[in-house]
Design a protein around this ligand. Structure first.
Ligand code: MTE
Ligand code: MO
Length: 193
């Protein structure tokens, strides 16, 4: 009888520990259901850089953050605000600087786990601290995505997996389909501006 109680106690302890460890992991910020399938929670920074590295969604939250206020517009419904509010995240510029871009780096290619891609000119990213990798929207955690105030939604890539600095004129999904590469929302092209 004693033996069985002992065995049961050990079992309970194991279950409790497993539960506790799992719980500890769940205190991390990105809700699991928001991670699309194939999503690893890691972003690779690669290409023409001195110091390629990987950053997890959790590590992103330890960087100095920035809040930007911006509506999101899709080119397919330019009169409609899709989302609007405060986005909190890390300037893409800071993430790139940490990798130390090489001289020949010209464009920033961004890849997502669903196959979607987009791009920025490196100069544009370095000149605009408001282009951020956002991990919070109106105080709620979100799966990290690009927020690019003043630019159409196709620049606002979600489910980011890879950021690659390249020397050539890389064009993303919508850009290679003929949409403007700078994606600037011009005055008059959307009533919200
Ligand atoms: N990974 C990924 N990101 C994406 C897209 C996509 O298809 N896949 N669509 C883009 C387009 S065209 C728009 S308008 C916005 C829409 O953002 P929302 O889904 O938050 O409304 O996401 C952008 N980011
Ligand atoms: Mo869009």
């Amino acid at each position: 009888m004693r033996k069985e109680i002992f065995a049961l106690s050990i079992l309970l302890l194991l279950v409790a520990t497993t539960y506790w460890l799992g719980g500890g992991k769940n205190t991390t910020q990105v809700p699991k259901e928001q991670l699309s399938s194939g999503q690893s929670g890691v972003i690779q920074i690669t290409g023409l850089v001195e110091r390629p590295y990987n950053i997890t969604y959790e590590e992103l939250r330890k960087f100095p953050s920035r809040e930007v206020e911006s509506p999101l517009y899709c080119v397919s419904q330019p009169d409609q605000v899709r989302k609007n509010g405060t986005w909190k995240g890390v300037p893409l510029k800071a993430i790139l600087e940490l990798a130390r871009p090489r001289g020949g780096a010209y464009k920033v290619a961004l890849y997502a786990s669903d196959g979607f891609t987009t791009d920025f000119y490196l100069d544009a990213v370095m000149a605009d601290e408001d282009i951020i990798i956002a991990y919070e929207f109106n105080g709620e955690p979100i799966t990290p995505r690009i927020v690019a105030p003043g630019r159409w939604g196709y620049k606002w890539i979600k489910y980011l997996t890879r950021i690659e600095l390249v020397s050539y004129d890389f064009k993303g999904t919508w850009e290679s389909a003929g949409y403007p590469d700078d994606a600037l929302i011009l005055d008059g092209s959307s009533p919200g501006r």
